[in-house]
Design a protein around this ligand. Structure first.
Ligand SMILES: Cc1cc2nc3c(=O)[nH]c(=O)nc-3n(C[C@H](O)[C@H](O)[C@H](O)COP(=O)(O)OP(=O)(O)OC[C@H]3O[C@@H](n4cnc5c(N)ncnc54)[C@H](O)[C@@H]3O)c2cc1C
Length: 403
């Protein structure tokens, strides 16, 4: 990845070591298991994480107090892209979703006791976690205000009732961060609260693994039932009724870290396609010398470079403590679509080989498609981007001016 003045020497060195680690240790494991983390199970996760610790690249995002390297968002952009060069890289470095986003949020809002109990074991890779927000219709999805899961105050704690789905990593997670309504009605924003719910709570049940297009996320995507799920007052993460605000603390950076990781896969797809185009002879020339293939290679390069620039711009704002609402939405929308285009073109360049399991391109294609839906579908982001632009125009209009 090109380095620029935004990146400090520690991040540059960590990115270099991460690239080396991914090439030598992670990609062989990814190829062995066909890019499906579940195929290697807990033993694979432990082995890769131990190797990452040994290579000094483990937990680049967490503060040193919790055993990490404490990179800012711009530093993460550099390192996460290198880790994302393999589907198994984020798992190895302990920066896979949803754990990485949960660590970020716990560092920002958990109490010291909650940090010791929930953040430390997660940061050290001793446990996994999940984030339970989305519900089957008519509940929360693109529109969080549709939230139907409720938490009622009971003596000494809260009782949570509701059904969630598409909860990544729920099976095997030590705990869930569950978003539940604590005031207002579905369809009105009202107030939501985040609760830390231990997997040993008899009121939290994994109903099923949802069969999905993608398979690279550890623990799959589950439907989870909260049924008479009683948690103590200490399970409240942050303050009651502030859950929607906290979700923004998690979502802006989490959107960007997803982009960084998937950008790594886009680059890998391009490398596979370029290697093939440089070798394959067709119609009396190299494939790479045919104009339409050159166009695809060039468009891939443009999509990767443009995504990287947008991610870095958004990270710069987040590092400055700004909300980054508009810049993260722009970067997420563009990158999710660009990564899909890059993988799709790369597969096209490889012909039938791209469809086969002999290279991982068809696996990458299946893995990147859902990114245009989670962390906000492209349409939701475009709608929000346009609304901000129009609001800016209306706010800036002088009284009496022509509309
Ligand atoms: C692989 C995967 C992993 C996930 N992991 C998690 C997880 O760990 N935890 C969790 O809580 N959730 C998770 N989700 C859920 C994800 O966050 C939701 O799928 C997403 O928020 C969209 O909600 P929805 O699926 O209910 O779609 P809906 O809200 O029903 O939206 C359907 C479609 O409507 C369109 N649309 C949306 N907004 C607008 C608009 N303003 N204008 C026009 N059209 C619009 C879009 O095309 C959208 O795809 C995951 C989803 C996937 C696919």
């Amino acid at each position: 990845m090109p380095v620029n003045p935004d990146h400090g020497p520690e991040a540059v060195e960590l990115a270099r070591r991460t690239a080396e680690f991914v090439r030598e240790v992670v990609i062989p494991a990814e190829e062995e298991y066909g890019g499906v983390t579940a195929a290697g199970g807990e033993a694979l996760r432990t082995r890769l994480q131990e190797a990452a610790r040994g290579a000094g690249v483990f937990a680049p995002h967490v503060s040193p107090e919790y055993g990490g390297h404490g990179l800012d968002m711009r530093g993460r952009a550099l390192v996460f892209e290198e880790a994302g060069y393999s589907l198994f890289g984020p798992l190895a470095l302990n920066i896979a979703a949803p754990d990485e986003g949960n660590m970020h949020m716990l560092e920002a809002i958990a109490t010291p006791e909650q940090k010791e109990r929930y953040l430390r074991p997660l940061a050290e890779g001793r446990v996994r976690s999940c984030f339970a927000m989305t519900e089957p219709a008519p509940g929360a999805g693109s529109d969080p205000s549709a939230l139907t899961t409720r938490a009622e105050k009971v003596s000494g704690g809260w009782r949570i009732e509701g059904r969630k789905w598409f909860i990544t990593g729920a099976d095997g997670a030590a705990y869930a961060i569950c978003m539940a309504r604590t005031s207002g009605e579905p369809g009105t924003r009202g107030g939501a609260t985040m609760f830390l719910v231990g997997a040993d709570n008899p009121g939290m049940k994994i109903v099923r693994h949802i069969d999905t297009l993608d398979e690279a996320f550890f623990g799959g995507h589950c439907e989870v039932l909260f049924d008479d799920c009683v948690v103590p007052d200490e399970a409240v993460l942050g303050e009651v009724d502030k859950g929607f605000e906290y979700a923004q603390v998690r979502l802006g950076p989490a959107r960007m870290t997803h982009c960084m990781r998937w950008l790594g896969i886009a680059r890998r797809a391009q490398d596979i396609a370029v290697a093939r185009a440089a070798d394959r002879q067709l119609f009396g020339s190299r494939l790479a010398e045919l104009g339409m293939v050159q166009q695809m290679i060039a468009d891939n390069e443009i999509d990767v470079a443009a995504s990287r620039g947008l991610i870095l711009q958004a990270c710069r704002e987040l590092d400055q403590g700004r909300s980054g609402a508009q810049s993260t939405a722009i970067a997420k929308t563009f990158t999710a679509e660009a990564v899909w285009r890059v993988v799709d073109r790369s597969l096209q360049i490889c012909g039938a080989l791209g469809i086969s399991g002999d290279v991982l391109l068809s696996r990458f294609l299946r893995e990147v498609r859902p990114f245009r839906i989670y962390d906000g579908p492209s349409e939701t982001h475009r709608w929000a981007i346009a609304r901000r632009v129009v609001r800016r125009h209306l706010d800036g209009r002088t009284p009496g001016a022509q509309p």
